[in-house]
Write a protein that binds this ligand. Structure first.
Ligand code: TYC
Length: 112
């Protein structure tokens, strides 16, 4: 055993043990925006098929968006959030709905 505490002294080479730093990736909210033309049924369809919400939860989120102007569909890592936004936008365009979907950093995410 060495007489010295860390950093270890091996022939003048100081070797420090790296602290394990396990940072979680930043999280993003995916939001739906209200409009006057997209049908309520279509929004519920998006929320069940893309975000895997139950019919009941999907109807609740849809009504929140309808009444408040926007609402959170889910919170994901960046690439998954980007993919969800693309899927919603493509699905809406294919079905000729003006539905808008966007993402933003999750301000409840402390990054620890
Ligand atoms: N406001 C729409 C209507 O009354 C319904 C709607 C809800 C549209 C949520 C978009 O993200 C939305 N038909």
């Amino acid at each position: 055993m060495s007489d010295y505490p860390e950093p270890l002294h091996n022939d003048d080479l100081a070797v420090e043990t790296a602290k394990p730093r396990l940072k979680r990736p930043p999280l993003y909210r995916v939001l739906l925006l209200n409009d006057d033309y997209t049908t309520m049924e279509f929004v519920i369809d998006v929320l069940t098929s893309v975000f895997h919400h139950s019919e009941e939860k999907a109807a609740q989120i849809m009504m929140h968006v309808h009444q408040k102007g926007s609402g959170i569909c889910g919170v994901f890592t960046r690439e998954i959030a980007e993919t969800k936004v693309e899927q919603v936008m493509q699905y809406a365009q294919q079905n000729k709905h003006p539905l808008q979907c966007t993402m933003e950093p999750d301000s409840d995410d402390d990054g620890e």
